[in-house]
Design a protein around this ligand. Structure first.
Ligand code: LRH
Ligand code: MN
Ligand code: MN
Length: 424
């Protein structure tokens, strides 16, 4: 184990005095540290297996060094993140990028790192070697029944892998759509997709959920068959109680009011979960909170309000996952930043004075309502997040320890300079 308990404890000892000063100040200032700490400690964010290597763009890929080349190594990487922050206790697999050939051994390895298996992801947006039919013109929407059948069977195979690993959900993202007017009959494409999804839905175990992820554009640039939350919700409603909409923050048209979408989906009981990332232009998959942290806070503000109003559990009733990966940072540092950004937004939203906000809304006191939100947003809650990590046995400053502990160098030592991750 690259990061054992003693290394983390030694790091914390050095950081403790400064941390305690900051934490005590914040506790006094907010007066509700204990309750927020309990919520933060229960909150886990799943890590996508495909974010552990440096992602590419369609113009090139600059692989890092010592990337995880196997599923076992990906689990080891997420184990390192979890050891550092104690908040990344799950991994999400993408099939066929991660084939668990020996599910029992993989499950055991994950358990050793304190990890569970989050949503399973199917892939019908790429052709695989030796595949009988091509997805060039779509998968579940395809005009040819044989292609649809192949895609349906793939999704069922993904469910079966997930069952063996103890996962409880399937995320379906389709690149299906059209790139030119006239290419596709929208009505018929929707209907064919629905019928395909119904066959997948029929194969779901009783305690599973299916998440229908939408995306406005890319790789199709004229229409996407699951292009927005309306289309996803239509599918989810028609499929049944186990079907939900999944919100990937980068999958909207510019300036979309994501927080309002989230509030309404939650209210309908159809919000399944998230793929967190950030973006300035499109599906940029940048580090969570790196571009628009206020939007992230506003999303969490709706989530906390809505989950509480419905008596739901913050930690377990929605799927919390990151979907960010890109070209230039060390992926593990990037993921530590993403998890922390999510925790910060969550903690800030827990600080919102709900009663005062409701009163301001009732009185149409617009300025006061804004003050209340921004009072929470402008509070530096990082010492609270650090304290939650400390209490769970994680590191006070995960990135600092990642660097000082020379974790990447150790991984390069184990795996070699040229080890490259599979996936995007
Ligand atoms: C599509 C997407 C979807 C895929 C992942 C690799 O843009 O967000 O979730 O599974 O990227
Ligand atoms: Mn996604
Ligand atoms: Mn995406």
């Amino acid at each position: 184990m690259i990061l054992d308990k003693n290394i983390i404890a030694g790091h914390n000892e050095k950081e403790l005095a400064k941390h305690q000063q900051q934490f005590n100040f914040l506790s006094e200032q907010t007066g509700q540290a204990a309750a927020i700490l309990e919520k933060l400690k229960a909150f886990q964010v799943a890590i996508p297996s495909w974010a552990l290597g440096t992602g590419g763009t369609r113009f090139g890929r600059f692989a890092g060094a010592g990337e995880p080349a196997t599923l076992e190594q990906k689990i080891e990487d997420v184990g390192l993140l979890h050891a550092l922050n104690q908040s990344s206790g799950a991994i999400s697999l993408h099939i066929p990028w991660d084939i668990p050939t020996n599910a029992t051994a993989i499950k055991e390895l994950a358990a050793q790192h304190g990890l569970q298996f989050d949503a399973m992801n199917s892939n019908t947006f790429q052709d695989q070697p030796n595949q009988a039919h091509s997805y060039k013109f779509g998968s579940l929407q395809h005009t040819d029944k044989a292609v649809r059948k192949q895609a349906i069977e793939h999704n069922i195979e993904v469910i079966n892998h997930g069952v063996n690993l103890g996962s409880k959900s399937l995320t379906v993202w389709l690149s299906d759509g059209s790139s030119f007017p006239g290419q596709l009959n929208f009505r018929k494409a929707f209907q064919r997709t629905l019928e395909s999804l119904q066959e997948i839905y029929a194969a779901l175990p009783a305690d599973w959920k299916i998440f229908v992820e939408y995306k406005a554009f890319e790789p199709n640039f004229y229409s996407m068959t699951v292009g927005d939350w309306g289309q996803s919700l239509l599918f989810a409603n028609k499929l049944g109680d186990k079907a939900y909409t999944l919100v990937d923050l980068g999958h909207h048209l510019p300036n979309a009011n994501i927080e309002q979408i989230v509030a309404l989906l939650l209210n309908e009981g159809k919000l399944g979960g998230f793929h967190f990332n950030d973006s300035k232009y499109g599906d940029d998959d940048l580090t969570v909170g790196s571009i628009n942290p206020y939007q992230l806070f506003l999303i969490f503000n709706e989530l906390v309000e809505g989950l509480d109003a419905k008596g739901l559990n913050h930690a377990t009733d929605l799927g919390w996952m990151i979907d960010a990966s890109h070209n230039i940072k060390d992926p593990l540092e990037d993921l530590l930043q993403s998890v922390e950004a999510i925790q910060v937004a969550y903690a800030q939203s827990l600080l919102v004075d709900r009663a005062a906000l409701e009163a301001a809304q009732g009185n149409n006191d617009v300025a006061l309502a804004q003050e209340i939100l921004q009072q929470a947003y402008r509070t530096d809650v990082r010492p609270l997040v650090a304290e939650a990590r400390l209490q769970l046995g994680g590191a006070l400053s995960p990135i600092k320890l990642f660097r000082e502990g020379k974790v990447r160098a150790a991984l390069i030592g184990e795996r070699g300079e040229k080890s490259v991750a599979t996936g995007l």
